[in-house]
Write a protein that binds this ligand. Structure first.
Ligand code: XMP
Length: 512
């Protein structure tokens, strides 16, 4: 086990993720609770995260001395390095120039962290985000790397097995970062990776039972993977103390509602309330064309309908949500600057405050691919677990302009043909998200001997690791041509198909 002491960095969860990837269990605790957690958990190693504070501030957060004196290996990252250095007798000063983003460090000496990864004399790319820097080494330490903005960039004390670095090894922008963390976990701490998703499942079940006790839980299903995995996990923990509510807003993909109902009622035997609210939603969306207005209308109505159903079910103490880690950080930019709302995602916030319920969020620490692995572990069918992400507002934001039942029907059919083509070509799992968009214009075409005047379908497919940035998928032209032909032949109301070749940024993945 590894204990991660959190000083508030926005990427602390990424450290936990990298450790999990090495097959080692880790737990994140805020620095204020670190001493008690350390005593209870008896970890084999400790990682000190980055954080927004400066060790030069009064009352700056620090690592408990009990941890530093316990004889376990410690890795300090960014703020973690600075506090480690300061607490052990080194000096930290405000940097004369701050370093944010990509930087190069030069390796000036060997150390266990660099084994098989970085060579003495080599220069390597890393990701920095700091203002202060270490200027005098604490006793027992050597400097083993330097950077332009921080001459003492990586420090090592091989006797105590203390290592610390100014940059962030946990982010993908430090290309070798995962290997450095692996060296810490495997070589320095001597841990072997035998922790798996099965262990996560068992621990999560224990935690849910401890949190919920004999209380009742209500869970909103969206049709997507995240809420389904959360629900199945919670059901395994507390059985029929859980009730699922599936608000079908009529903006789902073809056959999606049916799949969810079958899966829950028949495959898992989990109590499910299926609310067909499509008329209410489409009614409220009549005449609405502005994308933000659509999102707000759907978000608000969703809460109203869900709340009414919850009241009918009666007396739930907890609300379960399939919130993932990226949902938590979505609107917060990595470099910490004030971030603007590009789109108001409606799946987090709102509901819990209004309903005055406690939250059960068993997936809060996980990333999408880890949730998929957990879903498979729980026996969810592969085709369901592997499905592309789908936005809360559904097809409403894939139908620019006013939404009508007729347009939704065209869109559903075109989308189904497109996805079928992708599955048949064996490309589905290489793509992060693929979907059709129905444009609010008609264009002229010719079919048989007649003139047509029909809608245009836009096809979108992107690769991405987290949805934050994305590239368009490079289909070959023969595939696109064949897909266009099938859509036009099989979907009434469409006579033209275009492919979207915009990356994100500057585009977003969805069209609205
Ligand atoms: P964008 O379009 O912002 O999408 O590049 C990034 C990812 O988020 C999904 N998305 C949403 N998910 N509620 C959601 O639950 C929303 O309102 C929403 N808007 C976009 C989108 O499908 C992509 O995976």
């Amino acid at each position: 086990k590894i204990l991660i002491v959190d000083f508030g960095s926005q990427v602390t969860q990424l450290i936990a993720r990298r450790v999990r990837e090495e097959g080692v269990y880790s737990e994140i605790v805020p620095f204020q609770k670190a001493e008690a957690a350390f005593a209870e958990m008896k970890p084999k190693a400790v990682i000190l995260s980055g954080g927004p504070a400066s060790v030069l501030d009064d009352n700056a957060p620090s690592a408990p001395m009990a941890i530093l004196e316990a004889g376990v290996p410690v890795l300090g990252i960014c703020y973690g390095e600075q506090t480690l250095a300061k607490q052990l007798g080194g000096t930290v000063e405000a940097g004369h120039h701050r370093e944010f983003g990509r930087a190069q460090i030069e390796i000036t000496d060997d150390c266990a962290l660099f084994d098989g990864v970085w060579q003495k004399g080599g220069k390597y790319d890393v990701w920095m985000s700091h203002g202060d820097r270490v200027t005098k080494l604490p006793d027992g330490f050597r400097a083993v790397a330097q950077a332009p903005g921080s001459p003492i960039s990586v420090i090592a004390d091989d006797t105590r097995k203390f290592y610390a670095m100014q940059f962030h090894p946990e982010v993908v922008h430090t290309p070798d970062g995962a290997k450095l963390l692996r060296n810490f976990v495997r070589k320095v701490a001597g841990l072997t990776g035998d922790w798996t998703m099965r262990a996560f499942r068992e621990e999560a079940i224990d935690k849910i039972r401890a949190q919920v006790g004999s209380g009742k839980v209500i869970c909103g299903l969206s049709g997507g993977v995240d809420s389904a995995v959360a629900a199945v996990l919670i059901h395994e923990a507390i059985g029929d103390q859980l009730t699922c509510v599936f608000v079908d807003h009529g903006l789902l993909r073809k056959d999606e509602g049916k799949t969810v109902v079958d899966l829950f009622r028949h495959h898992y035997n989990i109590p499910l309330v299926h609310v067909d609210a499509s008329e209410t939603f489409l009614g409220a969306l009549k005449g609405v064309t502005d994308p933000e207005q659509k999102r707000k209308t759907i978000g608000k109505l969703f809460i109203d309908v869900f709340e009414a159903e919850a009241r009918r079910v009666g007396g739930a103490d907890f609300l379960a949500q399939g919130t993932l880690y990226p949902d938590v950080i979505e609107s917060v930019s990595f470099t910490g600057g004030p971030s603007v709302t590009i789109k108001s995602h409606h799946n987090v916030g709102g509901l819990p405050a209004r309903m005055n319920m406690k939250l059960v969020e068993p997936l809060r620490e996980l990333f999408k691919d880890e949730v998929r692995a957990l879903g498979r572990e729980l026996g969810l069918p592969d085709v369901f677990v592997g499905r592309h992400p789908f936005p809360g507002p559904g097809l409403a934001i894939r139908c620019p302009g006013e939404i009508t039942e007729e347009k939704l029907e065209i869109l559903r059919n075109a989308d189904a043909v497109y996805i079928d083509q992708i599955r048949k070509a064996g490309l589905y799992d290489d793509i992060w998200q693929a979907f059709a968009v129905l444009l609010p214009v008609r264009t002229v075409g010719v079919m048989g001997d007649g003139r047509t005047y029909d809608y245009v379908v836009g096809l979108r497919a992107v690769t991405s690791t987290d949805g934050m940035t994305a590239d368009f998928y490079p289909f070959d032209m023969a595939f696109l041509g064949a897909t266009a032909t099938r859509i036009i032949n099989e979907v009434k109301g469409v006579n033209r198909v275009v492919y979207d070749v915009t990356s994100k940024p500057p585009g977003t993945i969805e069209w609205e």
